[in-house]
Design a protein around this ligand. Structure first.
Ligand code: GTP
Ligand code: MG
Length: 390
């Protein structure tokens, strides 16, 4: 037995490796959970899974579009939760006065022990005011504010429990009665496509025939191409994925922009209870893939939640951070005040030098990140990638 820094340390040398009983007692303390011949790192995904389940998931979905297109109805149907239990439905006179008001509601949903902290950011009345372009400024401000908050939290002392309110996905509702997207839709998308993952949806698809849905989808995709809008593109499947998953991905990709129907009423059809809208000529079912793309939209969201978060973190947030750092954003600390007698102590001088050094490094980092983004954008020059200009 040795004493190092006051601690008792047992040392086994090859010459003196302890008695057989001692070794047996030690070996009984720990049982290898894996079979002989395995190190055990195959268990790593379980560890990640356990940790994620314990921590829960945070996701923020934003819904944007003209007033009355069914945004609130859809998000309620999407997560089978009433996000607006005490919602006040504005009357026509209320609506005239209505300005853009951003409303974020957070619900904690639990399914089979997995917790999801879902925030839905609703933007009522978008497109109502006469000066329409002004109405999306608060939305852009909201997205930026969340980035700013995250950046401040990240550079603060308590970085372990940062609440992530960054907008991970934005469903953009397109009016079904127009001939494609309106100039305001295009202007909005172009203003935010480098800040958030846009998923375009055609609202109230029950007002269109199958052929009309098909033509409108084509028209919207053409406009997206023509105006160089970067919408969220589903990542390609790996070649070793199973066939069912590949097929699902192909179908999801083919359904963009998703034509959806929302309803908060449950109707009985031939003995089955379905979420749908009843018309004199029949019932349109929200969750019937023959009637609309609601299920596809929900599958896309659920199966790509992590990818949406990653793109937000790695592309949109990094763009924001690089821009902020380049302009000396929130990480720039105010320079230390000099003492009135101007007699610097060695310690103060040292601290000031370190501050200057940190600032220089931050600027260098920002420059490198900007260069990398530009390179990436040039490599993926097909205009369909997630990567966008800084
Ligand atoms: N035909 C049809 N009507 C719908 C659909 N979804 C919602 N509605 C109706 O449209 C009206 C407006 O729905 P909301 O969900 O309040 O619309 P919103 O986009 O949230 O409206 P704002 O909050 O004012 O921006 C309601 O009467 C809904 O019942 C749909 O898919 N088809
Ligand atoms: Mg609403």
């Amino acid at each position: 037995m040795w004493k190092i820094f006051g601690l008792d340390v047992k040392c086994y040398s090859p010459e003196h490796s302890g008695s057989v009983e001692e070794k047996m007692a030690d070996s009984r303390q720990f049982v290898n959970p894996e079979q002989p011949g395995y190190v055990g790192f195959a268990n790593l995904p379980n560890q990640v899974h356990r940790k994620s389940v314990k921590k829960g998931f945070e996701f923020t979905l934003m819904v944007v579009g003209e007033s009355g297109l069914g945004k609130s109805t859809l998000v309620n149907s999407l997560f089978l939760t009433d996000l607006y239990p005490e919602r006040h439905i504005p009357t026509a006179s209320d609506k005239i006065k209505q300005t853009v008001k951003i409303d974020a509601s957070t619900v904690e949903i639990e399914e089979r022990g997995v917790k999801l902290r879902l925030t839905v950011v609703d933007t009522p009345g978008f497109g109502d005011p006469l000066n329409s372009e002004d109405c999306f400024k608060p939305i852009i401000q909201y997205i930026d504010d969340q980035f700013e908050r995250y950046l401040n939290d990240e550079s603060g002392l308590n970085r372990r429990h940062i609440v992530d309110n960054r907008v991970h996905c934005c469903f953009y509702f397109i009016n079904p009665s127009g001939h494609g997207m309106k100039p305001l839709d295009i202007a909005f998308m172009r203003a935010v496509h480098h800040k958030v993952n846009i998923v375009p949806v055609i609202a109230k698809a029950d007002t269109l025939t199958k052929q009309e849905v098909f033509s409108l989808k084509r028209k919207i995709l053409d406009q997206i191409d023509e105006y160089g809008i970067n919408i969220y593109t589903l990542p390609d499947c790996d070649s070793d994925e199973d066939e069912d998953y590949k097929e699902q991905c192909t179908q999801l990709k083919g359904a963009v922009p998703f034509a959806v129907i929302g309803a908060n009423t449950v109707i009985e059809v031939k003995g089955r209870k379905v979420r749908g809208r009843m018309y004199p000529w029949g019932v349109v079912e929200v969750e019937n893939p023959d009637h609309c793309d609601f299920i596809k939209l929900r599958t896309m969201l659920i199966t790509h939640m992590q990818d949406l978060q990653e793109v937000t973190q790695e592309i949109h947030y990094e763009n924001y951070r690089a821009e902020k750092l380049a302009t000396g954003g929130p990480m720039k600390k105010p320079s230390r005040p000099r003492r009135p007698d101007s007699q610097d102590t060695d310690k103060e001088r040292e601290l000031r030098d370190k501050d200057a050094e940190i600032q220089r490094m931050q600027q260098m980092l920002a420059k490198m990140q900007q260069e990398m983004s530009v390179k990436k954008a040039a490599q993926n020059g097909d205009g369909k990638s997630h990567d966008v200009q800084v």
